[in-house]
Each structure stands twice: as C-alpha cells, then as structure tokens.
Design a protein around this ligand. Structure first.
Ligand code: PLP
Length: 377
C-alpha cells in the first residue's frame, strides 16, 4: 500500500459525505454580485487597504517575515505600537494580536477557564470558541441561543459547584446575524460573583458602534467585559485578530496561551494592514454606506416569513434542508449572484439556509435584483 494512500476509514468518511451531497469543495470565485464575502466595508475589494498601504512609507522598510514567535524573535516595536493603538481605540487597558480569529479564540478559551471552572456558551457559538473550550479542562454547558432564562437556569443550578463562571458569546452571530442580549448578560455577571463575560466581536467590528468600534462600544459596556475578541478578516478586510482586556490578561496570555506562544508572529505587512484598516474606519464613511444597505435590505425583506430578523450585515433565509439550500445557491449563481448555502452539519439540522452578507459596495439595484429572485423561488 502506498504511504500516500488515505486509510480506509477516512476514505469511507469522505464517501459518506459525498453520498449525502455534503462534500466540501474549494471553488474558485467567479465574478458575481457579492452577497457572500465578509468584506462588509469593502476595504479589501475596493482596494482601499491597498491604496492606504501604498502611501504608508514604513511598509517598504518592513521585512516580510516576522522570523519567529513573539517570545523568540518575532516581536517588534511595530506590533507593540499597533497593540497600544488598538487598545486605545477599543477603550481597553491592553491588547494582544493573534494570527487569526480562530487562533485568538482557541488561544483564549483553552487557557483561561481552569479545571474547577464552568464555561457557559451560546449554542450557536463559533467553532473556534468551542474548540478552545474543549481544549480547556473546564466543565462546559451550552445555553439556548440568546436565551437569558436558559443561561440563568444553568448558573443557578451549577454556581455553587464551580470557582469561576465564564459566559462565551458572539456580539453578532455568524450564521443568524442576530445580536446577543449583552446588557442582560452584563447584569447577570454583576449579580453573580466571579462570573465573567467574554465577547467575540468578529461580525460587529466595523459594523456597529462609533467608527465601527463594535457592539460593546455601542452599548457602552466595553469595560464590563472580561475579554473581547476583534477579528480582522471580515469588515476590516485583512487578517489577524486581537484579544483586548486588562494588562494582567495580556500578560497571562503571553505566558499560557499556546496558540500565541507556539506560532510564528504575523508578518509586519499584516500589522501595517491592520493599522491601515483602523485608519480607514476613522477616515472613510463605509460604515454609513453599509448601514444604509442593511436598512434597505431589511425594509425589503422584513415581510419574508423565514428570514431571520437581523440588523447586522448577515441575513439568513431558512429553507430547512440541505438539498433546497444547495438548489438556491445554484439558482442564485446562475443569476450572477453569489450567496452561500449553509448546510448541516455546520448548522443544526432543519435550520439549513441561504445566507446573504451585505456590504457597503452593494447597490440598491443589486438588492432589488436579489429581491426579484427571492420573490419567485
Ligand atoms: C464569530 C467568529 N469568530 C471567529 C472567527 C474566526 O476568525 P478568522 O477567520 O480570523 O480565523 C470567525 C470566522 O468565521 C467567526 O465568524
């Protein structure tokens, strides 16, 4: 048998996926009206980041590779000053950059909750948070999506058995596009000793809050969160992520977060891109354009029975099974519209959907074109 041959049981898993029509494949993007990318503000697609970086003199002087992990040779004045700037922008005492949102969540959730702690997470939490929680030694339970009663019930039932409780949520959910009841969660943390809120703002940064500071900023609860995660692959149009919180949290992560310690630091060009993206948040009105499109899309679709209510960039139409979701993706593609089918097992069976992501660069005509299709399918 060739050493390159995949073992039979792995081949069988692939075959089963294929038979169920669920085989994931990498497709090349063809030009189409974009209702699927995460580039909500168009920083990437419109060339805004490229243009800003071209005029950043220091980019030429930055060597491409970071040459090592932050603790060995990959640290620099460039990264540290970017982190200081990010902390100031998000009104936090400190910030620590990770290589991606996936890394930030795994790095954070795997090392903060300890064996005698409890993590309560929303059932729709992103895979990166769940993977992090699983790597920790803490007990963990999910609560019903955005359901304060379900969260309170778990806290009441378990709080006497654990030392600390961590509540893990997204401010905007990546599949439903709805927002977490963060104010109530802050109150819950206030009422229960040693209970901490951790918020992933991946889909809120650039979309909500003054100059796109995120939903915690819009709700004025930035300093009520134990940790917040901002990712740069979505509205910010580039790559990487930051955990913001106390100086002690930063110090703890530098010492115990394996995703941070054992990985080569982001190259200087990525740090320059992140800094440029923050500049664009302040200097452009892309957020306003995005908000206008969200409002227009919402006004056109709010009557659709199976559309999940959302004020964010993400809007999902539930169709209830994988086959229909796939069919719709193909119909949209044939009409030069890119909108992705989101299928189980990525999401719960029965909630299969077609997801529309809105952008600052979508036009009313594009949204109208989408509506024509939505009215005939
Ligand atoms: C809520 C949420 N957190 C984290 C991530 C991961 O971020 P990144 O793509 O930067 O790894 C994603 C990406 O899909 C996400 O939706």
């Amino acid at each position: 048998m060739s050493t390159l041959q995949l073992p039979d049981h792995l081949l069988k898993s692939l075959m089963e996926r294929e038979q169920k029509g669920l085989l994931r494949k990498l497709n090349k993007n063809t030009p189409a009206i974009d209702f699927c990318s995460n580039d909500y503000l168009g920083f990437s697609k419109l060339g805004l980041l490229t243009k800003t970086l071209r005029t950043t003199e220091s980019v030429e002087a930055v060597p491409y590779g970071s040459t090592g992990s932050r603790l060995i040779s990959g640290n620099s004045e460039l990264i540290e000053s970017a982190e200081k700037h990010i902390a100031l922008f998000h009104h936090a005492p400190s910030a620590l950059i990770f290589n991606s949102g996936y890394d930030a969540n795994v790095g954070l959730f795997s090392c903060i909750p300890q064996k005698k702690d409890l993590v309560l997470f929303d059932e729709l939490i992103h895979a990166s948070i769940y993977d992090g929680i699983r790597l920790s030694h803490a007990t963990h339970y999910k609560f019903k999506h955005n359901n304060i009663g379900s969260l309170q019930e778990l806290i009441a039932r378990h709080k006497s058995s654990y030392e600390n409780i961590y509540i893990a949520v997204e401010s905007v959910y990546s599949m439903d596009g709805d927002t977490a009841p963060l104010l109530e969660m802050v109150d819950i943390c206030k009422m229960n000793a040693r209970t901490y809120l951790m918020v992933d703002e991946a889909h809120a940064v650039g979309v909500f809050g003054k100059q796109g500071r995120g939903l915690c900023s819009a709700l004025n609860i930035e300093n009520k969160c134990f940790a917040r995660v901002y990712t740069y692959g979505k509205a910010m149009g580039c790559h990487g992520a930051t955990v913001v919180g106390s100086e002690a949290l930063r110090n703890y992560l530098i010492n115990f977060s394996r995703a941070f310690i054992y990985s080569t630091a982001l190259p200087g060009h990525s740090i320059e891109a992140i800094t440029a993206a923050y500049r664009l948040l302040i200097e452009t009105n892309q957020q306003e354009k995005l908000q206008q499109n969200i409002a227009y899309f919402y006004s056109r679709t709010s009557g659709l029975k199976n559309m999940i209510k959302s004020q964010s960039s993400i809007h999902s139409l539930i169709v209830g099974n994988n086959i229909r979701a796939q069919e719709l993706e193909i119909i949209f593609a044939k009409n030069h519209i890119c909108a992705r089918a989101i299928k189980s097992p990525t999401i719960k069976e029965g909630t299969e959907r077609i997801r529309f992501c809105l952008h600052a660069y979508n036009t009313k005509e594009e949204i109208d074109q989408l509506m024509v299709l939505l009215n005939v399918i």
